[in-house]
Design a protein around this ligand. Structure first.
Ligand code: HEM
Length: 115
C-alpha cells in the first residue's frame, strides 16, 4: 500500500486510513494514469487490479473485499464499458459553450422568442 494516509490526513481518524474519494468514471479512458498516486498506466491494469490483486484491509469498502475474479471476457466487457463513458461532445466543446447557456443568454433567447 502507498504511504499516502488518504482521508486520515484530514480527519485524524485511523478509521479513514487509506480511504480515498471515489472519483468519476466519466471520460476515464482519457485521464490516465489512474488512482490517487497514478500507479496504473492503463485501464487494463486497473481492471486486473480489481479482478486479481485486491489486498483486503479493514478500511476497504465491503463492496470490494476480495478479488472479483473476472474471466477474460468479463474483463474485456468491462473495458468496453469504461471506454464507452467517453463523452466526445463534451470534450470537443469550446469553453463556456454547450447545452446549458448561462442566465444572461437565457434572457436574450427568451426576449427574442417573444418578439
Ligand atoms: C468493477 C468495478 C470497478 C471498476 C471497473 C472501477 C474502476 C475504477 C477506476 C478506473 C478508477 C481510477 C480512477 C482515476 O484514477 O481517475 C477507480 C478508482 C477508485 N475506485 Fe473503483 N472501480 C470499481 C469498483 C469500485 C468500488 C466497488 C468502490 C468502492 C465502493 C470503488 C472505489 C474507488 C476509489 C475509492 C477509487 C480511488 C482510488 C485512489 O484514488 O487510489 N471502486 N475505480
Amino acid at each position: 500500500m502507498s504511504k499516502d494516509p488518504g482521508r486520515e490526513k484530514i480527519t485524524g481518524a485511523s478509521y479513514d486510513r487509506g480511504r480515498f474519494r471515489v472519483v468519476t468514471l466519466r471520460n476515464i479512458a482519457l485521464t490516465a494514469p489512474y488512482m490517487h498516486d497514478g500507479r496504473f498506466a492503463t485501464l487494463e491494469e486497473v481492471v486486473d487490479h480489481y479482478s486479481d490483486h485486491i489486498v483486503s484491509s479493514v478500511t476497504m469498502s465491503p463492496f470490494i473485499q476480495g478479488n472479483l475474479n473476472l474471466t477474460a471476457v468479463e474483463k474485456k466487457d468491462l473495458l468496453y464499458f469504461l471506454r464507452m463513458l467517453t463523452d466526445s461532445s463534451f470534450i470537443n466543446e469550446a469553453a463556456g459553450g454547450g447545452p446549458c447557456p448561462n442566465e444572461e443568454s437565457d434572457r436574450v433567447h427568451e426576449g427574442q422568442g417573444r418578439e
